[in-house]
Design a protein around this ligand. Structure first.
Ligand code: AMP
Ligand code: GLY
Length: 423
């Protein structure tokens, strides 16, 4: 079978890497891919949101399975167009994908399905929004309704901060149309958790849980990023908890979408907070997490391709066969100096050949340039993944890889998964 993975991050490199291990994969294409995927699969220079370009590619290469990586592909309607062209797609259509691309829609789905979530309200006018936030003393999370590259959430401590966040979005239009409506949630406390469910629109199969680290700096300081690292399984997260998330969150969400005529085929990502009063959903995503995918997929002993194909075809078996490694995985992201704000690219990346053999290197912002080798081309450049019999060993392996990577300005967090060692 010919497989097309859509996207260009380390998540997509991990998907390609895992698909290539399958005896079912005859050939793997990536659109557009990166410097790492080019070495193992066929990069095709079609952007992840180029609907007509991707349909043309899938037809020409007789693709048997397309896998949507980023939210931009989902939101552009790549899933709908490919399915219409007869290609089995792992990834939802645009309308079902609104569970990620509209926080107001996600809120409505959660309310209707009785999914545990923070108390929240949707607003388009600043006055009522400010008054609502004041009820919580300004301890709220103000969220742009639409996609805002992970920057559309402002967690507030005071009414002044909440007023400013509300005005930024509803008065000054800082996020453009994405912030024309906002959702405000009560602010909750607790560790976060990412749980992924593979679904064919009816059945839901949970994957191993993970925790990501969103802040740029050690000690959870600095600005929010797309994710600076992740590990799996997170300390204290039992299989009973994952089952609870499947039962109370993922399955009801898929069923509620189905009731609305939206068949969801792909992976549904629940971003949760473990509060003293139980699990609460902060957000849904319509795709694999990045960097969570880089630590989950290496722990999966089973073949990924039959799982993706059966979900894409709407034929997920009742009792899937997934077998997970007992080993822990830790992923450390090496980023460009300045990320998530301004950064320079085009630096030659050195040291990759000296990365220890037991460390997996998944590329994101890398590009091969003739005569130079690999150069940086994005904010998050690589995810270095270590596996080990416990989290500490996995963590040490990942760090031993990260320190080998050299380019001007390179930085990474040294405390990813350290919480599990302390615990
Ligand atoms: P989101 O993109 O909605 O997951 O929000 C990004 C980050 O903001 C989350 O990972 C949390 O760290 C934080 N956050 C979002 N919503 C809340 C909330 N209701 N209470 C506390 N923190 C939140
Ligand atoms: N790791 C967060 C995300 O993929 O959105």
């Amino acid at each position: 079978m010919r497989i097309l993975v859509i996207g260009s991050g380390a998540r997509e490199h991990a998907l390609v890497w895992k698909c290539l291990q399958s005896p079912l994969a005859e050939r793997v294409y990536v659109a557009p891919g990166n410097g790492g995927t080019a070495a193992v699969a066929r990069n095709v220079p079609v952007p992840a949101d180029d609907v007509t370009g991707l349909v043309r590619l899938a037809r020409k290469e007789r693709i048997g399975l397309a896998v949507l990586g980023p939210e931009s592909a989902v939101a552009a309607g790549v899933g709908d167009a490919l399915r219409e062209a007869g290609v089995p797609v792992f990834g939802p259509g645009r309308a079902a994908g609104r569970i990620e691309s509209s926080k107001a829609f996600a809120r409505e789905v959660m309310l209707r399905a009785g999914i545990p979530a923070p108390v929240s309200e949707t607003f388009t006018e600043p006055g009522p929004a400010r008054r609502w936030a004041r009820r919580y003393g300004g301890r709220v999370a103000v969220k742009a309704d639409g996609l805002a590259l992970g920057k559309g959430v402002i967690v507030c401590d005071t009414s002044e901060q909440a007023d400013r966040a509300i005005d930024d979005m509803l008065v000054h239009h800082r996020f453009g149309r994405a912030g024309a409506a906002i959702v405000i949630q009560e602010r909750l406390e607790g560790p976060e958790l990412s749980v992924f469910g593979v679904t064919d629109g009816r059945r839901v199969v949970p994957l191993a849980p993970a925790r990501d680290f969103k802040r740029a700096r050690d000690g959870d300081e600095g600005p929010n990023t797309g994710g600076m690292g992740a590990y799996s399984p997170p300390v204290g997260v039992t299989s009973e908890l994952v089952d609870e998330v499947t039962r109370r969150v993922l399955t009801p969400a898929v069923e509620e979408l189905a009731r609305r005529g939206l068949e969801y085929r792909g992976v549904l990502y629940a971003g949760l907070m473990l509060t003293p009063s139980g699990i609460r959903v902060l957000e849904f995503n319509a795709r694999f997490g990045d960097p969570e995918a880089q630590v989950i997929l290496p722990r999966l002993n089973s073949d990924l391709v039959p799982l993706l194909v059966s979900a894409a075809l709407g034929e997920l078996p009742a009792h899937p066969w997934l077998e997970w490694s007992q080993r822990a995985a830790v992923g450390v992201v090496v980023a460009s100096g300045g990320y998530p704000d301004g950064y320079e690219t085009g630096f030659v990346i050195e040291g990759l050949s000296t990365v220890p053999r037991n460390v997996l290197t998944f590329h994101a912002g890398t590009r091969a340039v003739e005569g130079l080798g690999l150069v940086t081309s994005g904010g998050r450049v690589l995810t270095m993944v270590g596996l080990g019999e416990d989290v500490e060993k996995a963590r040490m392996a990942a760090l031993s890889g990260a320190v080998r990577v050299r380019f001007p300005g390179a930085f990474f967090r040294k405390d990813i998964a350290h919480e599990a060692v302390r615990a």
